[in-house]
Design a protein around this ligand. Structure first.
Ligand code: 13P
Length: 249
């Protein structure tokens, strides 16, 4: 039985003090067996960490560079995030692929750096609307997964979480139906059997992301291969995020 895992991706929202206020409210509201994390922008990590002291909510970053240090203006490394107290990091989000030139190859390098720094990675994958309409969903998603995990052995792959986020469902209010989500999640589980072995495939959590709301979260997460959620907009309100978490059983 996989433990459900719900992470709030704050994207480029919330200053340090706004973020601290949000998690102070959230921690009052959350009582769950599930794994819970928030991923604030880099500038809010420190104050959110302080506001989370003693809570079971984990702290994730939204990206990391693949080198440990160096002349990479504007970037932040995995060991730096670890030293700050981060538990994990989101990698390969579609917004990074779309706007910042991330490729399967750079996601693979960042994933290796995150694992080396003992950060728990959430690797994002998902097709665009044009790709879905051209019946290329599985071609794209399987290529992204194989690319992200290139050169990693089964035991290492088993230390990751995947997030299936169809790009057409992100921030659009258009959630994948439970059947659409489960179909792709089941295909992903099948590929994980090949890449990580039966035990690895059984252990790896596959989150769904894309317009997850209090109204649809429980039904999505009740699907056999949907092991949690990566939540954008609705994670910015303590009440909505707490209600989503309550749906993770
Ligand atoms: P929304 O929940 O705002 O659609 O965003 C999903 C997402 O991109 C989470 O990483």
């Amino acid at each position: 039985m996989r433990r459900k895992f719900v992470c709030g991706n704050w994207k480029m929202f919330k200053t340090g003090s706004e973020g601290a206020d949000l998690v102070r409210e959230l921690r009052q509201r959350v009582s769950t067996q599930a794994q819970i994390a928030v991923a604030p922008p880099f500038t809010a990590l420190e104050s959110v960490k302080q506001a989370l002291a003693g809570a079971s909510i984990q702290l994730f970053a939204q990206n990391c560079h693949f080198e440990k240090q160096g002349a990479f203006t504007g970037e932040v490394s995995a060991p730096m995030l670890k030293a700050l107290g981060c538990d994990g990091v989101i990698l390969g989000h579609s917004e990074r692929r779309q706007h910042f030139g991330e490729t399967d190859e750079t996601v693979n390098k960042r994933l290796k750096a995150a694992l080396e720094a003992q950060l728990h990675p959430i690797v994002c994958i998902g097709e665009t609307l044009a790709e879905r309409e051209a019946n290329r969903t599985w071609e794209v998603v399987s290529r992204q997964i194989r690319g992200a995990f290139a050169g990693l052995d089964a035991a290492t792959i088993a230390r990751t979480t995947l997030a299936y986020e169809p790009v057409w469902a992100i921030g659009t209010g258009k959630t994948a139906t439970t059947a659409q989500a489960q179909e792709v999640h089941a295909q992903i589980r099948g590929l994980l059997r090949e890449l990580a072995g039966q035990a690895g495939a059984d252990a790896i959590r596959i989150q769904y992301g894309g317009s997850v709301k209090p109204e649809n979260a429980a039904e999505l997460m009740a699907q056999p291969d949907v092991d949690g959620a990566l939540v954008g907009g609705a994670s910015l309100k303590a009440d909505d995020f707490a209600r989503i978490i309550a749906g993770a059983r």
